[in-house]
Design a protein around this ligand. Structure first.
Ligand SMILES: [Mg+2]
Length: 493
C-alpha cells in the first residue's frame, strides 16, 4: 500500500471573505477541522494542517475537535510564519512536515467544504494503479484542487514562489499527470464569499437529508458476500427482530456467503450460535467473528507463537488469544490487550498501565465507548481504553470496527473481496464508517442505534438505508429478480 500524506492549506487571511473562513461553522466544527476529518477518513497519514493568519485561534478549533479526529489517525499542525508571502510558502511549510517515507502528498484547500473521502481515495487509487506522478480532479478538463503529487515532484514544489500553486507544475508535466473528471462541480467548489458559504451549506444539508435509500438505490446484484452486524440488526438484547429468519433463508437460497461480525469481545462464537439456535436459526460458530478473534488473528500475524500477552476481558478474548498460541500472563507481557470486562478492577487497570508504561504494546479489541442497557448507556470498552490512555498517554491500536482488521478477517474467511462484499449494521460511526474505509457496499438498517435524524446530521452516508433487514431482503430480492430477467432477455436477443 502507498503511504500518502495530506497537507491542508489553511494559512490565508480570507481577505475577500471578511473573516477567517477556517473558523466558519461546518457541522458543529470549524471548517478546517471538518476538512481535516475528511482527510483522516480517507486514511491519509499524517494530515498536516498549515496555519498562518490567526494561527492561535484556528489551531485551537482543530485541537478541540482533535480527540475524536486523532483516533482516526495522526494530525500535525504546522505554522507558516511567512504566510503573507503567498500560497507557495504554505505549501513548502506543509511539505517540510511530510515524513520521509511518504510516497506522495495531497494538497487539500482549507475552504472546499464538499470534498469527500471518496474523492481523496479516488486520487490515491489512481496513483497506486497508474503510478502517475500527479493526479487531479478536473472540471471540463481544467485541474482543480485537491491535487496529489508523487515524491519525485517535491523539489519542484519546494521551488515555487509567491502565490504560485501547483498548476504550473501540472501543465509542465501533463504526460505524467492523470485527471479524474468530476460530474458534480460543487465537490471542489470553494468558499469565496458569504453567498458561497450559504449555498454550499444548503448543498450539504440537502445531500445528507437524502441518503441513497429506496427510490435511488445502489445496486446489490453484484454483492456475493455479506458481513452482518448482530445487535440492532438481528436482535435487541434478547428479543429477535422481525426479518431474522427471512434474512438467513434469503442468503441460503441465493447461495450468498456471510459472516456475522460483532465488536463485542466478551462472548465466544459458540454463545452467539446458541443464541441464534434459541431464536430458531441454525448458524455454526465458524460463521461468527468477534472483535476478540479478529484481535487474536491480527496479533498472530505480527508476532510469533508463544508471545506473552496481558489480557483484560472475559472468556471471549482470553480463549481467542489462547487458541492462537499466545501465553496469557501478568508479567513481562509484550502486548496489553483490552476487551470489555464487566469485572474490571483498579488492579487490572494498574497492571495494564504499568506494562504499557514499561513498553508493552497497547491494543484494544473495539472502541465502543458505551454499551446500551435498559437503564441507559453503561461504560463500554472505549471507556476502559480511555482510562488507560489517560494514565499512560499512549493511544491504543484498535482492531474492531471502524478499523479495517475485523472486516479483513471476515473477508479472508469467506474468500471474498471488497468489490463483491456488502456490510449491514445499525451504527454509522462503526459499521458504516468501517465498511466505507474498506471499500464495501454499506447498508444501514434503522432497527438499532442510528435513526433517520442521525442521518441528516452525520458526515457518513451509507450506500443504502432500510428500516430493517426485512426491508433489505425485499429490495435485494427484487433487484436480483429484475437483473435475472434482464440477463435472460439479453441472451434471448
Ligand atoms: Mg449493532
Amino acid at each position: 500500500m502507498k503511504h500518502i500524506a495530506a497537507v491542508v492549506l489553511a494559512a490565508g487571511a480570507s481577505r475577500r471573505f471578511g473573516q477567517p473562513k477556517q473558523l466558519l461553522d461546518w457541522d458543529g466544527k470549524s471548517l478546517v477541522a471538518h476538512i481535516t476529518d475528511v482527510a483522516l477518513s480517507a486514511d491519509l497519514s499524517p494530515v498536516i494542517v498549515v496555519l498562518g493568519h490567526r494561527a492561535g485561534e484556528i489551531s485551537q478549533s482543530v485541537t478541540t475537535a482533535l480527540p475524536a479526529q486523532a483516533r482516526r489517525g495522526p494530525v500535525r499542525l504546522a505554522v507558516n510564519w511567512g504566510w503573507e508571502q503567498g500560497l507557495s510558502s504554505s505549501m513548502k511549510a506543509g511539505l517540510a512536515a511530510v515524513p520521509a517515507d511518504a510516497d506522495a502528498v495531497i494538497f487539500v484547500q482549507g475552504d472546499q467544504p464538499l470534498i469527500t473521502t471518496d474523492l481523496l481515495r479516488a486520487l490515491c487509487s489512481r496513483f497506486a494503479e497508474t503510478g502517475a506522478g500527479i493526479v487531479y480532479p478536473a472540471v471540463a478538463g481544467e485541474p482543480r484542487p485537491p491535487v496529489l503529487f508523487a515524491r519525485r515532484f517535491f523539489p519542484e514544489l519546494a521551488a515555487l514562489t509567491g502565490d504560485q500553486g501547483g498548476r504550473a507544475i501540472i501543465s509542465d508535466h501533463l504526460d505524467q499527470a492523470s485527471a479524474i473528471e468530476l460530474d458534480v462541480l460543487d465537490t471542489v467548489a470553494d468558499v469565496d464569499t458569504p453567498a458561497d458559504y450559504e449555498r454550499l451549506l444548503a448543498r450539504a444539508a440537502d445531500a445528507r437529508g437524502r441518503p441513497r435509500g429506496p427510490g435511488s438505490l445502489a445496486d446489490l446484484t453484484h454483492v456475493r458476500h455479506l458481513i452482518v452486524d448482530m445487535d440492532g440488526v438481528l436482535w435487541h438484547s434478547n428479543t429477535p427482530l422481525p426479518g431474522l429468519h427471512g434474512l438467513f433463508s434469503f442468503l441460503r437460497e441465493e447461495g450468498l456467503g456471510f459472516m456475522l461480525a460483532t465488536n463485542n469481545s466478551s462472548m465466544m462464537p459458540q454463545q452467539y450460535s446458541d443464541k441464534l439456535a434459541r431464536f430458531g436459526v441454525d448458524i455454526p460458530p465458524e460463521r461468527v467473528l468477534t472483535s476478540a478473534q479478529a484481535t487474536a488473528a491480527y496479533l498472530s500475524g505480527v508476532s510469533p507463537l508463544g508471545t506473552r500477552v496481558y489480557a483484560i476481558g472475559r472468556d471471549g478474548i482470553r480463549s481467542a488469544l489462547e487458541d492462537k498460541g499466545f501465553v496469557l500472563t501478568e508479567e513481562q507481557a509484550e502486548y496489553v490487550v483490552v476487551g470489555w470486562d464487566r469485572e474490571l478492577t483498579w488492579k487490572k487497570l494498574c497492571t495494564a498501565a504499568l506494562l504499557i508504561h514499561g513498553g508493552a504494546r497497547f491494543v484494544g479489541t473495539n472502541p465502543d465507548n458505551s454499551y446500551p442497557t435498559e437503564e441507559g448507556p453503561a461504560p463500554g470498552n472505549g471507556a476502559q481504553l480511555a482510562a488507560l490512555e489517560a494514565t499512560t498517554g499512549i493511544a491504543p491500536t484498535i482492531v474492531g470496527k471502524p478499523e479495517p482488521w475485523l472486516y479483513a478477517e471476515a473477508m479472508r474467511r469467506m474468500g471474498a473481496s471488497p468489490e463483491t462484499t456488502a456490510t449491514v449494521g445499525d451504527r454509522l460511526e462503526t459499521d458504516i464508517a468501517g465498511g466505507k474505509r474498506v471499500g464495501l457496499t454499506t447498508i444501514l438498517v434503522l432497527s438499532g442505534i442510528a435513526t433517520r435524524r442521525d442521518l441528516t446530521h452525520a458526515a457518513i452516508s451509507p450506500d443504502l438505508v432500510f428500516e430493517d433487514s426485512r426491508d433489505l431482503v425485499r429490495v435485494w430480492r427484487e433487484q436480483l429478480r429484475r437483473h435475472g430477467q434482464e440477463q435472460s432477455s439479453r441472451h434471448a436477443v
